[in-house]
Design a protein around this ligand. Sequence first.
Ligand code: URA
Length: 321
Amino acid sequence: MDMQAAQYAARLWLQTDAAFGLRDVPLVLPKSTVSGEGKSTGRPGQTVTPLARPAYRSAPQPPPMPARAVATPQAEVRRPVVARTESPLAGSQGADIPRPVKLPPIPDGRLDALEAITDADKPQLLAKLQQQTIAALTPYLSEIATNVVFGDGDPAAKLMFVGEGPGIEEDKSGIPFVGRSGQLLNKMIIAMGLTRQTVYIGNVVKLRAAEPDSDSGRLRDRPPTPAEVALNIPWLHRQIEIIRPQVIVTLGAPALKYLTGTVEGIGQLRGTWMTYRGVPLMPTYHPSFLLRAYTPENRAKVWGDLQQVMTKLGLQPAQQK
Ligand code: URA
């Protein structure tokens, strides 16, 4: 199949029920389980009780970043303090984390003002950063996070997607967005006339965050704590400094919040151009949100956001036959 036919097929597919998992997921979840857009899941009819949050395994102080200039102060991120109960996964560093945790500031300065690097240098620079990231985060691996999920794609990509953090499939494979959300993201990328190999995909956190479900006791993904974000996000900033994409698309509320420092919700900001250190940033919904909140309106919104990105990058929409 040639590229145009693949794009066209992907677009048609995006308009189908199967694309958004309608066959597998209910159309509507009760309000109590859908508190907002994000990675965490809720089962229909189930009210999720907050649990203690097993974080990554305890480890010494994070090693220093091979960092660049940093400076802007950033708002403290407050999360409700949850009562800690013993869990089968106890033994984490979570109990020692003072709350609220102050996140490291978003690095200062435009990316285009940094010392020049060529596209040819980027694979090597990124490979070195990957080694450093793995070395820094390996002490935090646990029964839950068994792999450091660094990123995937073209180190010189013009377009970079940033999600929240790996789930179980990503943890197993060490590659971001390979589960159901990833399959949907792949379709979106193809619909834009691109491929997974020509974009770059990363996450705010590189280690899976999960907690036991209150009913089944099975692990289910949860948003990373501020302490986990603080540990991981410097590596994402450095990744973006090397890739220097022309456009960043944040997938979901956490990626938007942690890359821009905004406190406004994704519902208000998606579809509106923002910037990350001079780079145009388009916030859109996370694919997992689409899988849960399947409506033609949400699909149209995401497709509209991606079309804005295509226009910015000069990508030609495939001709509809
Ligand atoms: N969700 C994310 O935010 N990132 C992944 O890598 C997978 C699912």
